[in-house]
Design a protein around this ligand. Sequence first.
Ligand code: AMP
Ligand code: ZN
Length: 472
Amino acid sequence: MEFTLPMALRFYNTLTQSVAEFTPLQDNEVRMYTCGPTVYNYAHIGNLRTFTFEDVLRRWLGARGYKLKHVMNITDVEDKIIRNAAAQGKSIYEYTAIYYQAFLEDMATLRLQTPEHIVKATDCIDDMAAAIEELRKKGFTYESDGSVYYRIAKFPEYGKLSHSDFSGNVAGARVDVDEYEKADARDFVLWKAKREGEVSWKEPIGEGRPGWHIECSVMAMKYLGETLDIHAGGVDLIFPHHENEIAQSEAITGKPFARFWLHAEHLSIDWQKMSKSLGNIYTLRDIVGMGYAPEALRYLLASVPYRSKLNFTFENLDAAKASIERLRNFEWRLRNQKFAEGLSEAIADRTKAAIAAFEESLDDDLNTAEALAAVFEYVRDINTAMDAGDMQTGNVEGALSVLGRFDGVFDVLRPTERTSGLSDAEIDAKVAERNQAKKAKQFQRSDEIREELAAAGVILEDTREGVRWKRK
Ligand code: AMP
Ligand code: ZN
């Protein structure tokens, strides 16, 4: 067999517009910042696509032996939050607490690993005011009507992330809103002067509240230092949000803010970006409410490489469900079928090749589609080997380790426990009771149990290896 050295882990970097080998700057630790949710509503599955990509990124860095120091912020003060909270007669704290909690629940349901630090913007207001003061001292700001703006003409590299030339922009033209298009690239607001009835903080720079962009610069550097290894988010954040983060952070430190910028493409529906403003959204709760297991959504979101668009359809979701089922069946067979004693060298080689193909696909800028193809080709080959009686006891552990590596990233093999209906343990007990009844030739009782389980959505399958149950 020929051996080639595996290629190193590499990512596409939006900043350089090229794929480059990734290693952390310091020791073995990856310092990573991802823009978290704006907690003004439930996250939709488009948002969750980006967070799932970041989870796959986390897990793959971990699988490659790196320690993670990952910060995710919670934007709990910005224009939309203030507007919505006021409309409901609530403080921003009361208003955002509901959606923050919901987001944490969604993360757990979707098996997204918890970042080392989850930081709320409202817990770092003093740091933000201090950063703005620092920018003021360095001559990057000016004031107008009590608000403080960033002067983009002072930062000649402005535009380097979105690869746009903003040199012809009208000096002094300003933008006060947090979100705007490239055509509106203007001096952006760092600190918004207090407005009657709006939440505000008294700081040496004045009474007001921070703009959205300064929040992330400050929270990232507070926890991760001046130069991060990775900064990630959805593509819609490249401009203006991440461009502004670079302008702010690098003006303060004079150092590169982040070495690698990774951006996930959008999830769309009918080929239109899913967004709260268009109203074409599904939440995780909607999907689960329709009877889908959360892991089916997780599989679908993770299966499309993050730099490709993902057009959501229920056919895709059904296909994801079927793919998981296929892998669970494979695992079940490995654990329950009886094989001849011994070790097939051919199967052992096939197993090594599958692991290498899986790992190399993920090293290649997280190509999850190819990684899955490697797993499914392997499953097909080993199923064939099992049918032919070629599989031996010594090969089982290797086959399970392929699934283990897969599940370390995709994490879909364990079925989500239902909160309603029968628990796994209750089903196991019923199945055992039915086995007893059959043994005692009480066939009426055994049929009754089968029907009882069917009514609860559990299907029984009598196989050579015994009875197996599945939820519908
Ligand atoms: P937000 O809560 O609006 O601040 O967004 C949270 C994250 O979701 C950000 O990284 C966005 O870039 C990302 N995002 C928003 N809409 C979509 C979408 N349709 N598909 C994928 N990611 C999205
Ligand atoms: Zn951000």
